[in-house]
Every structure is written in C-alpha cells, then in structure tokens.
Design a protein around this ligand. Structure first.
Ligand SMILES: NC(=O)c1ccc[n+]([C@@H]2O[C@H](COP(=O)([O-])OP(=O)(O)OC[C@H]3O[C@@H](n4cnc5c(N)ncnc54)[C@H](O)[C@@H]3O)[C@@H](O)[C@H]2O)c1
Length: 361
C-alpha cells in the first residue's frame, strides 16, 4: 500500500469507527483497521469500503504488528485500542493491564523497530497518535480545570492503565525520538458507542421503559464532547500537531449525570412521547422522568472532570462544533433508528445489568 495508509488500532470500537468514517469522507487514504473484537468491538462498525482492510488481532501481538507495519508502511498509526469501561476495570482489572499497558508497550516496540529501519522520507512523515483520556488527571476541584501541565492522579484501574500507557508513549519519544502525539479527550458521545456507557444505556432504557439507574446523588460532572468533534481534533493533531506534544480535547460542556439523564428524557420525549410508549404504559408510568432511580455509587467515583483545552484552540484553531443538545438529539435519533445494531452488539454479551461494584469476576 502507499504512504497514505493509516493503521487504526481499535477501529471497530466507538471512536475508532467514527474516525475511520471521517478519514474516508475526507479522502485521506486507505485504512487498515486492527481490532481484537472484544465485547465492545464489532466488525459491523467497520465501514464496508474498498479503501478499508480489516484485520482481527491484538495490539499486544508484536509479530502481527511488525508484519502489518512491513506490509503497509503506514503514514500514521492511531491507537484507539483499549479496554474502556471504568466499571469493568473495577470488577476485573486484568484485561486493562493487558490491552492498555502491555498492548501499548508492544505496539510501541513494533513501531520502534520498523521505524528505525524505514527509509528516511517514511521515517520523517510518520506519526504515532495515542488516544488517551482526561481521566488520567483524576477528579478536578470545583472552579479548576486540568491543563496539559496538570499532574496525573488516576483513580480507577482504567485511568491508571491509560496513564501507564501514556508514560510509555512519552518515554519512547524522550528515549528513541519516536514521533508521537498524545491526546486527552473528555467524555465522548454519539453513534456506535457500546450501550454500557451512560448516554446510550440511558437512551435504550428510556425507549424500552426500563429503569434509569443514576450512580450516587447524580452530581458527578463530566465535560461532554460529540464524537465527530473529537475525531476532527485528532486529524488536526496528526496533520499539524507538534511531535512529542500533548493536547487536551474538551467539549466545554460540563453537566452533572443527573442533568444528562434529564436531557435524555426530554429528547426521547420529543421523539417518542411517553404517552405513545407501550412499555411505559404497561408499567403505569406517564413520563420518562419516572424511570429515574438513584443507585449505590461507583467505588472511587471521580466527582468532576473539567478540561482546559486552550492549547489546541490556540495552536491548531480547533473548536468543538456541536453543542450538547444538538449532539444529543442526533445521538438519540441514531440509537432509535439502529435497534438492530443495538441488539446485535449486546446479544450474549451484556444485558444492561449493573457493573462496577467491585465484585470479582
Ligand atoms: N469513549 C470516551 O468517552 C473516551 C474518552 C477519552 C478517551 N477515550 C479513549 O479512546 C479510545 C477509544 O475509546 P472507545 O470509547 O472507542 O472504546 P471502545 O471500548 O468502544 O472501543 C475499543 C476498541 O478497542 C478494541 N480493543 C480492545 N483491546 C484491544 C487489543 N488488545 N487489541 C486490539 N484491539 C483491542 C475493542 O475490540 C474495541 O473495538 C480508548 O483508548 C479510550 O481510552 C475514550
């Protein structure tokens, strides 16, 4: 393949699937998706397009990575591949260590060996982008925001594993001059998100007239970012970002979980009024709000995430384009129109049960 090939690790997951679509829309070249297809990844998410090749495999498989790098000689490698659900990291941290730490390390090793021996022009054009999270900064006190210079204070096994992966990425730049880029985005929402995360789970439960479980007092704050805005930021970072730099990518839309659930109830009501929802009727309920239930909190639940993303704004001129409500309307519509997708990705894998109470599995 040509130098316009992009290797997208984890491209069958939520953000990766949206990123691959954006790359195709922009005509940026061919894409090789490498994905292990865990419960959260699905071949259904990979676009059927002659410019896309799909390889099922693990980023921790260094030999496979080396073969793919030799075969495709990618211009960019973007790593989305990770275990991503905080609740699952509380119940069972091992896969998080495997994919997010060992996997990132093996990927870096494969790239290092290939990159050293690549022709000069290829070496100079190459970029490796590690997609990380704002959760590495831990809970941020009211009135403050985390900037790229803020200390790492991960609380959950998920955040700790992402933080460890980040440190390897930065160490490979400092030690081997590997041309890396590192981004920390806030909470994403939009199409193709596995329905275990807050927004898609609440949308499906509301549509089905099932309880809407809210952790603790519902006061935990997240900064919401529509997924395509995130993907546009990643492309800008790849195209114009400074090698070795870190970029925060936020939505600038802080909401408590309770506010998010209330907004979902209102948007679902616009699409399918409660009076026409048979499942609600069967339960004797007349509004979506009546489905809300406060449940025991997640252990170690970070109270507040808030990002300062002034650096990417100033340096690369990026701004999120979607406000929370317009993004939410598009998301609710997508889930309502893709019930087959929801059934297919959930079948035999997850029945919307409560996770993350720390019961070993
Ligand atoms: N979703 C968010 O709100 C958010 C916010 C900030 C950062 N991130 C980061 O963005 C990246 C993508 O997140 P997402 O929400 O799309 O996650 P996701 O869980 O939807 O998708 C992850 C994908 O990685 C694949 N995968 C997991 N382990 C793998 C391995 N060892 N080898 C190959 N593939 C593997 C899975 O099969 C899945 O397709 C992650 O690194 C995550 O930490 C996500």
């Amino acid at each position: 393949m040509s130098e316009q090939t992009i290797l997208v690790c984890g491209g069958a997951g939520f953000i990766g699937a949206n990123f691959v679509r954006l790359v195709l829309e922009r005509g940026l070249g061919r894409v090789v998706v490498l994905d292990k297809l865990t419960y959260a990844g699905n071949a259904l998410n990979v676009p059927k397009d002659p410019r896309v090749a799909f390889v099922r495999g693990d980023i921790a498989d260094r030999e496979l990575l080396q073969a793919l790098l030799r075969e495709h000689g990618p211009r960019w490698v973007v790593n989305f591949a990770a275990e991503t659900h905080v609740d699952r990291s509380i119940d069972s941290p091992d896969p998080f260590l495997h994919s997010n730490v060992v996997g990132t390390f093996q990927l870096l090793e494969a790239i290092r060996h290939w990159w050293y021996s690549a022709p000069k022009a290829r070496r100079e054009a190459f970029r490796f982008l590690q997609v990380s999270t704002d959760e590495v900064y831990g809970s941020i006190p009211e009135g403050e925001t985390a900037s790229e210079g803020s200390p790492y204070r991960p609380s959950s096994p998920y955040a700790a594993s992402k933080a460890a992966g980040d440190h390897f990425v930065l160490a490979y730049h400092a030690t081997y001059r590997l041309p890396v880029l590192l981004t920390h985005s806030s909470n994403n929402f939009g199409p193709y998100q596995y329905p275990e995360k807050l927004i898609p789970l609440m949308i499906l439960n509301a549509l089905d007239g099932r309880d809407l479980p809210i952790y603790g007092d519902g006061g935990n704050v997240r900064d919401w970012l529509y997924v395509t805005d995130h993907c546009e930021a990643l492309l800008l970072v790849l195209e114009r970002g400074e090698i070795g730099a870190r970029y925060n990518i936020g939505g600038g839309q802080q909401k408590t979980n309770l506010e998010v659930v209330d907004a979902i109830c209102a948007v679902v009501q616009e699409l399918l009024p409660a009076s026409r929802n048979a499942q609600l009727f069967e339960r004797g309920l007349s509004t979506y709000e009546e489905l809300k239930r406060f449940v025991v909190d997640r252990p170690g639940h970070d109270r507040r995430y808030a990002l300062d993303f002034g650096y990417i704004r100033r340096e690369l001129g990026w701004e999120p384009r979607h406000d929370f409500l317009s993004g939410l309307r598009a998301t609710v519509r997508w889930y309502a129109e893709h019930r087959d997708w929801c059934r297919a990705v959930l079948a035999g894998r997850y029945d919307r049960e409560r996770l993350g109470l720390g019961r070993p599995v």
